[in-house]
Design a protein around this ligand. Structure first.
Ligand SMILES: C[S@@+](CC[C@H](N)C(=O)[O-])C[C@H]1O[C@@H](n2cnc3c(N)ncnc32)[C@H](O)[C@@H]1O
Length: 199
């Protein structure tokens, strides 16, 4: 039985997230290749930071930046290594338009989190508001699948293919770079999108 509520879902899955997700959340290790050049004291948000994989990469790449992670799951955030926790600001709440000020961030990164939003449109409106003009958005996520059964199975695991996330991202943000790859011989594609808040 899969819990309806995302926070309850991760109460269980946080226990084995880091040892299991390498097998289907592809592209995360190479995401830093798409990290943009930022001013030294940039403000960065990791939206749906989970167990902190990208927080670690961000700390390494941007040593002087002010880095914030937000996630609704206390259990996932509980797995963030202590030395990363000491270096970043962490907020344990659902990301909404109220979470931050307008024009706050130079970069918002969202890895495999936006596909879990029950209201994607609200998430994109919030990101647009929280990004500075010409700020960057970097999204890595599930993109599409030709198999309805897989889409149904993933929806039960809180991942929504039907939202056409990358189509919406390209409408809202100017595309700087985008890369798509197939997983498991075409079972699904995943995409990395780097956009600019200039539209
Ligand atoms: C698949 S995990 C990915 C974690 C991490 N970004 C990574 O790539 O390893 C998705 C995370 O997004 C969080 N999440 C999903 N929707 C959220 C929302 N609306 N607000 C805050 N966190 C959210 C979940 O709690 C979960 O920890």
């Amino acid at each position: 039985m899969i819990p309806d509520n995302l926070s309850d879902y991760y109460r269980l899955h946080a226990r084995f997230f880091d040892m299991s997700r390498w097998s289907f959340l592809f592209g995360r290790n190479s995401l830093p290749k798409l990290f943009p050049t930022l001013r030294k004291q940039a403000q960065i948000l990791d939206l749906g930071c989970g167990t902190g994989k990208h927080l670690k990469q961000l700390v390494q790449q941007y040593p002087q930046a002010s880095i914030t992670g937000i996630d609704l799951s206390e259990d996932m955030m509980g797995k963030i290594p202590v030395h990363i926790k000491e270096r970043v600001d962490l907020i344990n709440e659902e990301y909404t338009i109220e979470s931050f000020e307008e024009n706050q961030f130079d970069l918002i990164l969202a890895s495999y989190s936006l596909s879990m939003f029950s209201e994607l449109n609200n998430g994109l409106i919030a990101i647009k508001k929280h990004l500075k003009p010409d700020g960057y958005i970097l999204v890595l996520d599930f993109d599409s699948t030709p198999h309805p059964w897989f889409s149904t199975w993933m929806a039960q695991n809180h991942v929504h293919f039907k939202d056409r996330l990358f189509k919406h991202l390209k409408e809202v943000f100017a595309t700087k770079k985008t890369e798509s790859k197939k997983a498991y011989f075409g079972l699904y594609t995943y995409t990395a999108f780097l956009g600019i808040n200039s539209k």
